[in-house]
Design a protein around this ligand. Structure first.
Ligand SMILES: [Zn+2]
Ligand SMILES: [Zn+2]
Length: 228
């Protein structure tokens, strides 16, 4: 099965369409982006009804902001990890810590003002087991990749691409170059998760903010696998 990947921004967030027989969307961007999303679909001549699943990598406002609107428009189902349901149904926010100096300085600005987004009840609650995408004609799966938040998810394709949400940041407003995120509930867990992805043979990472980059960037940051 061949897949095509379309990358686009909804606000500061990088979102993706993975096109197989059907389409799986990764993340739903900032709030109030439905009109922009419609324009992006038109530009690529994509029938919205082909989008069957919206995978939310985690429950922060910049990834779930337009999820309800996009679900209403496309009829797609929304999947999120079961541990983050309260954050999309109600006002709970999982507050990550700043990882580096910039993260520590900017973290209060971003996370202490709860930016509102339309709340919703997810259709699919994922547990820690992998969730295959074969029913959509896509060779890949959704896996639990905790660290940025406790219930963070990634979509990995058998061809080596990984859609990792905020397991990585690349570019404005967070980082100038690709690398580990500047906010995380548990940066140690993120590093272990990255090592597992490297061991699985992932070759390319599609982050939650910024452009895709080769896995060598993370290998170099983590010095993994060790060259000694
Ligand atoms: Zn986040
Ligand atoms: Zn984010």
């Amino acid at each position: 099965m061949t897949t095509e990947i379309i990358s686009f921004n909804l606000g500061v967030t990088s979102c993706y369409l993975i096109i197989g027989r059907e389409i799986v969307m990764v993340d739903a961007g900032m709030p109030n982006k439905l009109q922009l999303f419609k324009k992006i679909l038109s530009k690529h001549k994509i029938d919205p009804l082909r989008i069957k699943l919206i995978v939310l990598t985690h429950s922060h406002f910049d990834h779930c902001g337009s999820a309800r609107d996009i679900r209403d428009f496309t009829g797609a189902k929304i999947a999120i990890h079961e541990s983050e349901i309260e954050c999309v149904e109600h006002d709970k926010v999982l507050i990550p810590k700043g990882v580096n100096l910039k993260g520590k300085i900017t973290q209060p600005l971003i996370f202490f003002f709860k930016i509102p987004f339309p709340k919703f009840t997810p259709d699919i609650l994922l547990k820690n087991d992998p969730y295959p995408l074969s029913e959509f004609g896509i060779d890949g799966q959704i896996i639990h990749t905790p660290g940025h938040t406790i219930g963070s998810l990634s979509v990995i394709l058998n061809s080596g691409e990984a859609f990792v949400g905020c397991m990585a940041h690349n570019g404005f407003p967070f980082r100038l170059k690709p690398g580990l995120p500047i906010y995380a509930q548990d940066i140690g867990a993120i590093k272990e998760t990255w090592k597992a992805l490297i061991d699985r043979g992932i070759t390319f990472a599609y982050p939650g903010h910024g452009k895709a980059f080769p896995i060598e960037v993370i290998k170099n940051q983590l010095k993994y696998p060790s060259t000694n």
